[in-house]
Unconditional design. Structure first.
Length: 359
């Protein structure tokens, strides 16, 4: 069941609508501004529902949204050295917006990127889906190709829970670079509750990508074994976050891409993360098709008067952003997300929502 209702007007005077998907005891609310996830309602071990993603109550607060709560990020997610990407041996210049002297790029364009635009919308009631679409002309954001983007959200009932599926698809008339992600932050206790960073997490990742001092990928891939980045067994996100480790000091916590085990181009989504909140009993499993996912523990959060009037602080929640490895175009031996005519970009994220029988 899909419900549509207006929630505001964009800075460019376009109507902003929200769309709510429901199944069983679960509900997901998204909006056409930024193809953004606004709410994910999930019951706890006692059947009590709560919204488990960080964000705002007021639509207009998403017009700034430096933390990118719930947003669709692209065409180039994460950080790119010198604000460059390479396509077929040619270098293209993205906006310079991050790092020393703004020499690098973060999330393409923080002022007018995909998360700051109103998308077209279609409903697929039969599949309980909302499909957002957006066109970018050749040269927009410095990248080649007339590009057509779609983001499909589908909510499905599964055994002992629900499954939210997000499919990113891009077509182009010229080879171009595409590395999309979703930037939802989770607090399995509830978006208005403290302790979002205390979730117990297990990652299907034996490798991760270290950072330079400016938080751009260093260019090597390192084992997690024997480091605070080892989540191959369940542990709290906060257990080692203050360890005496140079990588944690650079990022003030976790802000790193993990190499998710078992990647094969074109394969089905594979398990990447299992998270549980021991207090509420809520669980979250993530499956994805991308080679990696970026764990961010909200180290710089400081939003005032967010959902429910609460203030967000560092570690109020965590994001796990499916993606190709950051700055991959400068490392040709890494998987490359090049979209070509007749060969669309298509990646999928699945969030499986559930709870234990008792908290």
């Amino acid at each position: 069941m899909v419900t549509q209702f207006p929630i505001g007007t964009s800075p460019t005077h376009e109507q902003i609508d929200a769309y709510e998907l429901k199944c069983d005891d679960y509900a997901v609310r998204v909006m056409n501004f930024g193809a953004t996830i606004l709410k994910i309602i999930a019951p706890d071990a006692h059947g009590i529902p709560a919204d488990i993603v960080l964000g705002f109550d007021r639509t207009e607060d998403y017009f700034d949204n430096p933390a990118c709560f719930g947003a669709t990020i692209g065409p180039s997610a994460n950080r790119s050295n010198k604000a460059e990407v390479v396509v077929d041996g040619k270098t293209y210049q993205l906006p310079k917006n991050e790092g020393p002297n703004n020499r690098n790029n973060l999330h393409t364009d923080l002022n007018s990127g995909l998360h700051k635009r109103v998308w077209g919308t279609a409903l697929d009631e039969e599949n309980n889906s909302v499909i957002f679409s957006l066109d970018l002309a050749d040269g927009v954001f410095g990248l080649p190709g007339n590009r057509h983007f779609t983001v499909r959200y589908t909510l499905t009932e599964i055994e002992d829970g629900a499954e939210l599926k997000c499919t990113h698809t891009v077509t182009t008339d010229t080879p171009t670079f595409v590395n999309m992600s979703n930037h939802a932050y989770f607090n399995l206790r509830g978006a208005t509750q403290p302790g979002g960073g205390e979730a117990t997490v297990q990652l299907k990742a034996h490798l991760y990508i270290p950072l330079r001092e400016d938080s751009v990928s260093r260019g090597d891939i390192a084992p997690v074994a024997g480091t605070p980045f080892d989540f191959t067994q369940p542990k709290s996100l906060l257990k080692d976050i203050n360890a005496d480790d140079p990588q944690l000091k650079i990022a003030h916590g976790y802000d790193h891409c993990f190499v998710i085990d078992g990647w094969k181009a074109g394969a089905a989504p594979r398990p990447a993360l299992h998270a549980k909140d021991t207090r509420s009993g809520r669980t979250l499993d993530m499956l994805l098709t991308a080679p990696g996912a970026h764990l961010y523990t909200g180290n710089w959060l400081g939003d005032k008067d967010a959902k429910g009037g609460v203030d967000y602080h560092p570690q109020s929640g965590f994001a796990f952003e499916a993606e190709y490895y950051p700055d991959c175009s400068h490392h040709p031996d890494w998987p490359q997300p090049i979209c070509k005519p007749g060969c669309p970009y298509s990646e999928q994220i699945i969030w499986r929502l559930g709870h234990t029988t008792q908290a």
